[in-house]
Design a protein around this ligand. Structure first.
Ligand SMILES: Nc1ncnc2c1ncn2[C@@H]1O[C@H](COP(=O)(O)OP(=O)(O)OP(=O)(O)O)[C@@H](O)[C@H]1O
Ligand SMILES: [Mg+2]
Length: 392
């Protein structure tokens, strides 16, 4: 039987927090440091026991460690509030930004095609880091638009991963709908966190959820959210700072963007479906470490373009092809799947699946199973919008 220790740990954490508080009140710096360390350890253990809340607990652990290092330099109330324990005021969202931090290990090499877009984002990042003359106005934010699955999120993650920057992945739609009245405070908290953890890449996904034209609560929230985002973007430009906080945003439906939103993102980059060469690059990335010597990449690339495949579709093609190859190579296992299914899990773990060369039949099998959700008019719509409003 599995015993859930999280409740016990939680109780011990609360005890240690009280002891920390008591030590701080007595001005007992050494005691406070000791209990800050203990609290950090409990938070780390809680992160391990509760994977779905791991990030929040690790963030708190980090803050307790910071308190441990800086003990005696901040007033008790501030410290406890900052960590987010104890009785927080209802409208205190100060810790919210930190909960949006994601770890990105993606690098530019993980992206096939999109060479121009990659270098444009690299250039923006480099410029942001350089000392600039007063008159030079770098881009405030970049809008990436295009069909689903073409690598918009991947680009933002690569910008963060390559720079080892803090990556904030923000689905703006869910913030607006979940925290209607409070959403602009959350944006403030997001950028506060981004400043604290700079260099930071703030990725605002689903930008089209900011709707100003309707006359309801969501529109009101949208207005405030947009105002907050703009304040933050403008603010960073005015302050002479060598900290990098770059805002990238994305949408699949740029024509739904309100003019007010659009006007604040003058740099709009179209992320199209991959061409033949890009398809081949993506296939190489998605099948790396496998033997491709028996496949005609040119031909598969052509099929992918014909099928209007996005990078995500190609990823699915490669997954299916690899699955087919695995079944082919490990015929003995798959032919007797019923017998295998009766074995206990520990027993199964002793058997390793072998890999072999990918062949054209694997890809034919895979391509037959992947259908692009896009119609020609969907693609035309994106291209028309790009011609009219995209940056060249
Ligand atoms: N250019 C690419 N190179 C390599 N892999 C890609 C590329 N484009 C897409 N992929 C694969 O497809 C997956 C989905 O891509 P991503 O999430 O970046 O698409 P997106 O444009 O953000 O889609 P959506 O608009 O639906 O959010 C990626 O995780 C990656 O595996
Ligand atoms: Mg995305």
């Amino acid at each position: 039987m599995k015993i859930d220790l999280s409740g016990v740990l939680y109780g011990q954490l609360k005890e240690s927090e009280k002891k920390y508080d008591a030590a701080r009140l007595k001005n007992d710096i050494e005691g406070a440091k000791k209990y800050a360390q203990v609290c950090a350890n409990f938070e780390k253990q809680l992160a391990e026991k509760m994977p779905d809340q791991a990030r929040a607990h690790l963030e708190k652990a980090k803050k307790w460690e910071e308190i441990f290092r800086t003990a005696g330099t901040a007033p008790r109330k501030t410290i406890v509030d900052r960590v987010g324990n104890g009785a927080e005021p209802e409208d205190d969202f100060s810790g919210f930004g930190d909960t949006l931090i994601e770890t990105s290990t993606v690098t530019w090499k993980d992206i096939g095609g999109l060479a121009e877009t990659k270098s444009l984002i690299m250039e923006t990042v480099v410029i942001a880091g350089l000392s600039k003359p007063e008159s030079f106005k770098p881009d405030k934010g970049i809008l990436l638009f295009g069909p689903p699955g073409t690598g918009k999120t991947l680009l933002a993650a690569a910008a963060a991963g390559s720079l080892k920057a803090t990556f904030y992945n923000v689905k703006i739609g869910s913030i607006i709908s979940k925290y209607v009245g409070e959403s602009s405070k959350l944006i403030t908290s997001l950028y506060e966190s981004a400043r604290r953890h700079a260099p930071s890449i703030v990725f605002i996904d689903e930008l089209d959820s900011i709707t100003l034209s309707r006359d309801d609560d969501q529109s009101e929230a949208s207005r405030k959210v947009l105002a907050s985002i703009l304040t933050e973007l403008d603010g960073f430009q005015d302050k002479k700072s060598d900290k990098l906080i770059l805002t990238l945003s994305a949408t699949n439906t740029p024509w739904k963007l309100d003019d007010a939103v659009l006007s604040r993102f003058p740099k709009r980059i179209y992320i199209p479906l991959p061409d033949r060469k890009s398809c081949q690059e993506i296939i190489k990335i998605q099948t790396k470490e496998l033997d491709r010597s028996k496949v005609d990449l040119e031909k598969i690339g052509e099929e992918c373009v014909k099928g209007n495949y996005s990078g995500r579709d190609i990823q699915n093609v490669c997954r299916n092809a690899i699955k087919n190859m695995t079944r082919r190579i490990n015929k003995n296992i798959f032919d007797d799947i019923e017998k295998m299914a009766e074995k206990p899990f520990e027993e199964l773990q002793k058997t390793t699946l072998k890999t072999g060369p990918l062949i054209m039949e694997d890809f034919a099998y895979a391509i037959a199973r992947v259908k692009s959700p896009l119609s020609p008019s969907d693609i035309q719509g994106q291209e028309d919008w790009n011609k009219k409003y995209g940056s060249s």
